[in-house]
Structure formats: structure tokens, C-alpha cells
Design a protein around this ligand. Structure first.
Ligand SMILES: Nc1ncnc2c1ncn2[C@@H]1O[C@H](COP(=O)(O)OP(=O)(O)O)[C@@H](O)[C@H]1O
Ligand SMILES: [Mg+2]
Length: 444
């Protein structure tokens, strides 16, 4: 095996950067003390360098156990684990963990340490000098969408759950590890923050090309984030390991079918991204620009509104030309209800954002939050309708044989994915019993 990978062009046509390495699980087995059956039974898995792989499955199926065996927070009972082709089962675990970023729910920050001190934790252990740590911290806070000036000296308790989670990601990336492991990282934040954090993670991954393994109990999150999704059932048994589209369109087993739910074909829409749809151009205006200049520019482009942006190109408001004309200069006003979506957002998320803001369109931003265009509800529905037409024509007609051999031609009703997952959301307390540096700091 080799670390080198042929990088297929990303869906938007850009070349992928890959700084991650492959991970191989070779017949890995974990039997906890006093357990009759192994928690994870002979798992073979190949994760490609630069991929995000999402582990999903019901509570207790062995997701966390598998993840923690990769950085040896849990020792495998049998089998080998290779990272970048190197067998790490014999390496000192402390050293191994410095080369693997690890993110848990709520960020797992040390509560009495400032953000900067939290982010610099591993670089300090590695003996980096102050200047290098400070520069790295600033870069990482910016990368995860937090202004270093505002946040570097804050304590975790003075930040929202989503912001703490961003710091957790920055901290995990501090020593530039090739591999990032994440255990239900967005489980404790509200749904809107969750979507934002997911979009940031995709943008960060796009920029850095790490190998990321993320555990989730949310199938939709798995299909949104995962280049590949691993669906596990009890005992760490692989039900399917494939690209999200493949799982949705051809579930491998009845378990997967039930897990994915009857809405599988509709769920296909949640794998459609904003970047797959043609965006409309927007005319931007800077704060303080003369109103007439802006109006002339917008009219020349045939637009009736503009997007006011800050120095970094991030949207502040989207006034109509009449509103612009009411003042001599473009004024600074932050519209808090501005519907903003990322290029990596799913069309589902895009519709949600528009509906939440009662607007017929949303602004599309890049990984750093700069506006790159707008998306109208019309373009979304057109895309969805085209997709639905495709899906319908794919659906098989019940054949004569199915009638005569007595098979019910009607689709078998299955449990909706959400019901199934809702109950899977509560992990049994105490299942993460093995020692885990950082959890001591987990805020409850
Ligand atoms: N430290 C432990 N000691 C004993 N059994 C454990 C321990 N951790 C997990 N288990 C058991 O192993 C199985 C898999 O757990 P886990 O990997 O946490 O599942 P998941 O993350 O998919 O919810 C469960 O049956 C759980 O009860
Ligand atoms: Mg778990």
C-alpha cells in the first residue's frame, strides 16, 4: 500500500488536495472484559487518503469502539491497524495520538484554558516555539471561522456550543495531523448551528484534504459529510460501505433498507449540493461606496438589488436599489435574517434557509464565508423536479412474475429513518468508559 493517491477531480472540477493518509483495519476484533460476544467482530476496512468516511448505525453497534481503536484509546484484542501503510498496533500510543486529531462532542475543551491555550495544547507538548504556536493558532481560528482577535483570549464558558465545537476542530488540527477522528462532534448543538458546522467541516476538508472518520447516529449527516458511508449493525458488522448515492439507490441489505427508510429515493435529494446547481450572479457593494456608483453598476448588470459585503467579502445585507438610493452612501447594516448557504450545503439545507428567512432566494458563500452568488427557490425546485423525474423513470414496474409467484408488488412499508435514529440517539451512559484524555474537560 502507498500513501500516494490518484486524486479524482472534485465534483466542481477542482483538483483535490490530499494531505491525509489511508487507514486500514485488518481483521480487527475487540472483546471487552467480561463480554461473551465481541463488541466489534473481525472488521476489515479500507479508508482512502483524503476521504471523509462516516460511520453510522444504531446505538451500541461498535462505532465508538472502532473509532477509538484507530488512535488506540481502546486497544484491539486482535487484528492490525495500518495508518499510511504503517502498522500502528505496536507503536507507543501517546506518540500515535499526537499524529491523529480527535474531536468529541462539545469540543472537549479544557474549561480553565483560553481558546489559544486550548488550540496550542499539542504543539506545546511537541516543543514548538511561542511564535510558531501563535501563528498556527491564528491560522486555525481563521480556518474554522472564528476571528482570532475576538476569540483567542476567551474562555470556553463565554462561547456558544457551536463556537466551542469550532475550537475543538482547530485544536485537533493544531499539529497538522494527517488523520482526524470525530465522535458525534455535532451531536450537542441546535439544528441550524449543526448545518453550519457541517458546512464548515466540508469547506475545511476541501482546503486541507485530511482523512476524516466521523461517527454519527444521523444518517442524513452521514450522507452529507461522507465521501463514503459505513453502515454498521451489532458487533461492528459491515452492512454496507459505499458512496452515499449508492447506499440510497441500492441498499445492500434489508437492514440498510430499513435504516435508510422508505424515503430513500427522496433522500437522494439531500445528496444534491448547491454547487451542483447553476448560481445567479450578484452585484456587491462596499460599505461607504457612493450610492449612485452602486446603483449604476447594478443597473448595468440588470439587477434590482445588491449585496453589501465587508472587507472579507462576507455578506451584511441585500438592499434593493431604492433602499440604496435613500442614503448618499452605502451604509453598514447587518441583516441578521439574511439567508446564507454554503456551496457545500445540500439543496435541502438551502430550502430550509430560505423558508426560515421567508425569502425566495439565499446567498451562496465559499468556505471562508465570502459571497459568490445567489440561489433562487425556482432553481432549486427545477433541479428537484428534474431529479424526481429521473428517479421515477428508474422505478421498476411490477412484472407479471411478481404477481403470479405471489410476491406483493407493493413496496414493503419500512420504519422511517428518523424514528429509528431518534431512539438510537441516546448512547447508554458509561459506554465510553475507557480513559480518554480531554473528556475530563467535556462541558455538560
Ligand atoms: N468500556 C467498555 N466496557 C464494556 N463494554 C463496552 C465498553 N464500551 C463499550 N462497550 C460495549 O460495546 C458495544 C459497542 O459500544 P460502542 O462502540 O460504544 O457503540 P456505539 O458507539 O456504536 O454506540 C456496546 O454493547 C457497549 O455496551
Ligand atoms: Mg458511540
Amino acid at each position: 500500500m502507498t500513501d500516494e493517491v490518484t486524486t479524482p477531480p472534485a465534483p466542481n472540477g477542482q483538483e483535490r488536495t490530499v494531505t491525509g493518509v489511508s487507514i486500514t483495519l485488518d481483521s480487527v476484533l475487540k472483546r471487552y472484559k467480561g463480554q461473551a460476544t465481541p463488541a466489534v467482530e473481525r472488521l476489515d476496512l479500507e479508508i482512502e487518503a483524503g476521504d471523509i468516511v462516516a460511520f453510522v448505525g444504531p446505538s451500541g453497534c461498535g462505532k465508538t469502539t472502532t473509532l477509538k481503536m484507530i488512535n488506540r484509546l481502546i486497544e484491539p484484542t486482535e487484528g492490525r491497524i495500518l495508518i499510511g501503510g504503517r502498522d500502528v498496533t505496536k507503536e507507543p500510543p501517546d506518540k500515535l495520538r499526537q499524529s491523529i486529531g480527535y474531536v468529541i462532542q462539545s469540543g472537549g475543551l479544557f474549561p480553565h484554558w483560553t481558546v489559544a491555550k486550548n488550540v496550542g495544547a499539542i504543539p506545546r507538548v511537541l516543543g514548538w516555539d511561542r511564535k510558531r504556536i501563535a501563528e498556527r493558532t491564528e491560522y486555525l481560528l481563521d480556518l474554522v471561522g472564528l476571528d482570532p482577535k475576538t476569540f483567542a483570549d476567551r474562555l470556553p464558558k463565554d462561547m456558544s456550543g457551536g463556537q466551542q465545537q469550532r475550537v475543538g476542530v482547530a485544536r485537533a488540527l493544531a499539529a497538522d495531523p494527517p488523520v482526524l477522528l470525530m465522535d458525534e462532534p455535532f451531536g450537542a448543538v441546535d439544528p441550524i448551528t449543526r448545518v453550519r458546522l457541517q458546512d464548515s467541516l466540508i469547506a475545511i476538508q476541501h482546503e486541507l484534504g485530511k482523512t476524516i472518520v466521523i461517527v454519527t447516529h444521523d444518517f442524513e449527516e452521514a450522507t452529507k459529510l461522507g465521501d463514503k458511508v459505513l453502515i454498521l449493525s451489532e458487533g461492528g458488522h459491515i452492512e454496507q460501505y459505499a458512496r452515499p448515492e449508492e447506499i440510497l439507490t441500492s441498499p445492500a441489505t434489508p437492514f440498510v433498507q430499513e435504516f435508510v427508510g422508505s424515503g430513500a429515493k427522496l433522500a437522494y435529494l439531500t445528496v444534491q449540493r448547491v454547487r451542483d446547481v447553476e448560481c445567479d450572479e450578484v452585484v456587491t457593494a462596499r460599505i461607504g461606496e457612493p450610492a449612485q456608483t452602486v446603483i449604476d453598476r447594478a443597473k448595468a448588470a440588470g439587477h434590482s438589488w445588491v449585496v453589501v459585503v465587508d472587507e472579507a467579502g462576507r455578506p451584511r445585507s441585500w438592499p434593493t436599489l431604492e433602499e440604496v438610493a435613500s442614503k448618499p452612501e452605502v451604509s453598514d447594516y447587518l441583516d441578521r435574517r439574511l439567508p446564507v448557504i454554503a456551496r457545500s450545503s445540500t439543496l435541502n439545507d438551502a430550502l430550509d434557509a430560505m423558508l426560515a428567512a421567508s425569502q425566495g432566494a439565499a446567498l451562496v458563500t465559499d468556505g471562508r464565508g465570502a459571497v459568490v452568488g445567489s440561489l433562487s427557490i425556482g432553481s432549486v425546485t427545477e433541479t428537484i423536479q428534474a431529479k424526481l423525474a429521473d428517479v421515477r423513470s428508474d422505478e421498476e414496474e411490477p412484472s407479471y412474475e411478481t404477481y403470479v409467484d405471489g410476491t406483493d408488488p407493493a413496496p414493503t412499508p419500512v420504519v422511517a429513518a428518523e424514528d429509528e435514529l431518534g431512539t438510537a440517539a441516546q448512547d447508554e451512559p458509561g459506554t465510553a468508559a475507557e480513559d480518554e484524555p480531554g473528556t475530563a474537560a467535556e462541558v455538560s
